[in-house]
Structure formats: C-alpha cells, structure tokens
Design a protein around this ligand. Structure first.
Ligand code: ADP
Ligand code: NI
Length: 213
C-alpha cells in the first residue's frame, strides 16, 4: 500500500469508530484536527507530515473516556500492521496517541516528538474558540452535567486565589479547570497565534454568560 492508500484506510477505520459519537469526538472533530495539524505542519517544517496525518486521524480511537485503553491500543496496532505501516512509524504514531492527552501530560510529563506536539496543539485548538465552547456544552449534555450551578459571582470566580475544588461539575467549570489554561501550553508558535484569538473569544463569552446568568 502507498501512503495515500494507508491514509484512506485510516480514514475509513476512524469513520467507523466515531460514527455514533455526539460527545465531542465526532468525525467532524477529527477532520478539523487533521486540517489544523497539517496547517501547523506546513509552517513548522521539517516534520514528518505522514506521521502527523495518521496520528491526527486516529488520535481519538484510543481514549480512556471512550474505550478500554489497552484493548484499543492493541486493535490500533493490529490495524496499522494490517495496512503495512512499518514498525518505526507504527510505534511513532502509537506513542503520540497514547501520550498526547491533557490528563496524561499533567501526571507524566512525557516529551512528545515534534510531530506529536503538532497533533496535540491541533487537538487543543479544537477545544478553544467558538467550536470549543460548543463542544464543552455538548459534552456536558452528554454526561448529564449542568451548564452552571454554583452561586459564585464572576469576580470571585476569576480571583486567582479562588479554589476550583469548591465547584461541582459543570460546563462553565471546565473553562476554568482546563480551557483557559491551554493557550500557554501550546508547543508551536503557529498554534499559539491561533490560540490567543480563540482564548480571547472564550473570555468574552464567559463574561457575557455571567451577565445574563
Ligand atoms: P479531546 O480528546 O478531543 O481533546 P476530550 O475527551 O478531552 O477531547 O474532550 C472532548 C470535548 O469535551 C473537548 O472540547 C473538551 O474541552 C470537552 N470536555 C472534556 N471534559 C469536559 C467536562 N468535564 N465538562 C465539559 N466539557 C468537557
Ligand atoms: Ni481529539
């Protein structure tokens, strides 16, 4: 199989996997991450664009929220070998997918390859901005969480000394526990420039949300 055929097979594998997902990991999310990652890759050469493309397409087929991680990794490794991805490329792709998540990074500090950093940046960019806001509320709905519930005012919430441990789960809490932190965690300059705009838009959204609340 040539690389184009391998990418097509990965796309089919991914499409089957995410077909019925409405928790924020739908096929459209994967397509956006792929496009963002390839856009960043173009501006951050030299990098292995094939690895970036494969890892983007497959990055959410191994997610502890969605699946049993070991079983999913085994299935993915078997799939990669079935489409004749060589051992080194296969391990590079799996390493990215198994180590790129926010929760994993917080606990382990595994250093990602340049390709992995780009896929992670792309995935994180899709958690920001208008799409990021929409996905957050979709996720909260899918997991039976409210938009917001606590009777804390905007000023107190935005005070640096405020402890988020006091908040019960909600979509708005997610902005403070994760989304507002992502901008400073971008690896590439290209992603950082996009993240700054999306971050500002989310801040404006949350301010307005509290005005209406
Ligand atoms: P990905 O693996 O694509 O980065 P996640 O599994 O972390 O995505 O989350 C999917 C989407 O749901 C993201 O937009 C994320 O910000 C949002 N999300 C994750 N956890 C929560 C939560 N506890 N409450 C609300 N939204 C969440
Ligand atoms: Ni993702």
């Amino acid at each position: 199989m040539n690389q184009q055929e391998q990418l097509n097979s990965a796309r089919t594998f991914m499409t089957t996997f995410h077909k019925n997902d409405y928790s924020g990991h739908d096929i459209a999310h994967i397509n956006r991450v792929e496009r963002l990652a390839l856009y960043i890759a173009q501006r951050e050469q030299p990098v292995d664009t094939f690895i970036i493309n494969m890892a983007s397409l497959l990055h959410d087929t191994v997610d502890s929220k969605l699946t049993n991680t070991e079983e999913a990794t085994y299935k993915l490794r078997t799939f990669l070998s079935s489409i004749q991805i060589n051992h080194n490329d296969s391990e590079a792709i799996l390493h990215i997918i198994n180590h790129m998540s926010y929760s994993h990074a917080k606990e382990h500090h595994t250093v990602l390859s340049k390709e992995g950093q780009i896929v992670r940046d792309a995935d994180r960019l899709d958690a920001l901005g208008a799409i990021g806001i929409a996905r957050t509320f979709q996720f909260a709905g899918a997991y039976d969480e409210p938009m917001w519930i606590d009777e804390i005012d905007y000023q107190s919430l935005n005070n640096d000394t405020y402890s988020l441990a006091n908040l019960s789960p909600s979509a708005i809490k997610h902005f403070y526990e994760k989304l507002f932190n992502l901008k400073e965690l971008m690896h590439t300059e290209t992603a950082y420039a996009i993240a700054k705009k999306r971050h500002a838009f989310m801040q404006q959204f949350v301010r307005q949300f509290f005005e209406e609340w």
